[in-house]
Ligand binder design. Structure first.
Ligand SMILES: Cc1ncc(COP(=O)(O)O)c(C=O)c1O
Length: 376
């Protein structure tokens, strides 16, 4: 009889670290741009991949939290958040209204079906709703010509006690800006009572002054997490934002290549001269984008170098030429802050993959352990 095999856990060195102090700093930055407006911290998609509970310490100074999922709202209430929570897409089915009453949630109304649900809802607790206008995004909301009729219908319902007015900008990060949508919104709502909620991060940071007179509530998301909403025109440093998340790992092997040797699947990178290659415990199954190709920036021991070859499921390979001291065990920063304090902006890695920082944060894989540093 063999004794039972005790396999000690051998964790891979990959780790995501959430930085509450950076989140708090970023909250301060967007608050400074928001003037007197109150601030929803947008924490949908599990706080953009950071984890509601992990982000909570840094973002608890917000005036409210905007999200989509009831479970995330439950989590915030379990963290003892008593303030406003807004469901950004409102209720998906009638029974969600019960949960809104139970958890004290405010919710967006963007279509007639949601008004029908409210009208049929038997409640002791009147609901606070945010009536959404489709002012040009063409995603959710009532078109301007339908908006006032929706408002009148909601206003007549005993189930509704307060109606706020809301829209979402589609080009706040680009040259078009917010003027046309804001004008459409204003033209229809000028004489309607109720608080207004406008402005994602890009609108707030780029057009804060123009918005000041129009918005009682702003709804930044991405800037809170330290990513520039208008990269590459501006980077996070331009907006004085700090990374809310760092993804780090270590070298688990080093290869000495000869001129003509290639690396990884498809042999997409071939050494032009003898060089050292580091193998990093991080791959696309961890959420690192497979679309990142040779040249994507990576930090090894805080020194900037580049990815070479294809990203595979559990590993990627980096050029160690600028880091001759690197060896198995050397620290690698895939994005965020290295121990030395050097920052590799997530936006640069995202750009190398043809995407945006949002996607990388949200795609962090469940298998990556998460730690929270410098708890407040
Ligand atoms: C309705 C709404 N408001 C606010 C935000 C936050 O946007 P951002 O993360 O670009 O600041 C989003 C995110 O997509 C949204 O859908």
């Amino acid at each position: 009889m063999h004794p039972p095999l005790l396999i000690a856990p051998l964790p891979r060195p990959i780790l995501a670290t959430i930085h509450p102090q950076a989140l708090r700093h970023n909250l301060g930055r967007v608050r400074a741009a928001a003037g007197d407006a109150r601030l929803w911290a947008t924490v949908k998609a599990n706080a953009y991949g950071h984890g509601i509970a992990a982000a909570w310490a840094g973002l608890r100074g917000a005036d409210g939290f905007a999200l989509l999922d009831l479970q995330e709202a439950e989590q915030l209430r379990a963290l003892d958040w008593r303030g406003p929570i807004l469901l950004l897409e409102g209720c998906f089915e009638a029974r969600d209204l019960e949960h809104c009453s139970r958890l004290g949630l405010w919710h967006v109304v963007h279509c007639e079906a949601q008004i029908d649900m409210l009208a049929a809802h038997k409640t002791q607790v009147p609901q606070r709703v945010f009536l959404k206008m489709n002012s040009g995004m063409n995603r959710l909301g009532f078109r301007p010509e339908r908006y006032r009729a929706a408002w009148t219908r909601l206003h007549a319902l005993p189930q509704v006690d307060e109606i706020s007015l809301m829209t979402h900008f589609s080009q706040a990060d680009g040259p078009e800006g917010i003027a046309a949508q804001l004008a459409r919104f204003e033209a229809v709502t000028a004489d309607l009572p109720g608080e207004r909620s406008l402005a994602n991060s890009a609108a707030l940071l780029r057009h804060g002054a123009a918005l000041a007179a129009h918005s009682d509530w702003v709804r930044p998301g991405i800037a809170l997490y330290g990513s520039a909403p208008d990269h590459p025109e501006h980077d996070a440093a331009h907006w004085q934002l700090q990374p809310g998340m760092s993804l780090s790992s270590r070298l688990i092997a080093v290869q000495e290549l000869q001129s003509g040797d290639s690396v990884g699947y498809g042999a997409t990178f071939t050494a032009g001269q003898p060089m050292r290659i580091g193998v990093v415990a991080c791959g696309y199954a961890d959420g690192y984008p497979r679309h990142c190709g040779t040249g994507t920036p990576v930090l090894v021991e805080g020194v900037r170098t580049r990815l070479v070859g294809r990203v595979s499921m559990d590993m990627l390979t980096v050029d160690l030429t600028p880091v001759p001291q690197a060896k198995v065990g050397s620290a690698v920063t895939l994005w965020g802050r290295a121990e030395s304090g050097v920052v590799l902006p997530i936006d640069e890695v995202a750009a190398a993959a043809g995407t945006v920082g949002y996607e990388l944060m949200c795609a962090l894989s469940a298998r990556v352990p998460v730690q929270v540093d410098d708890p407040l």
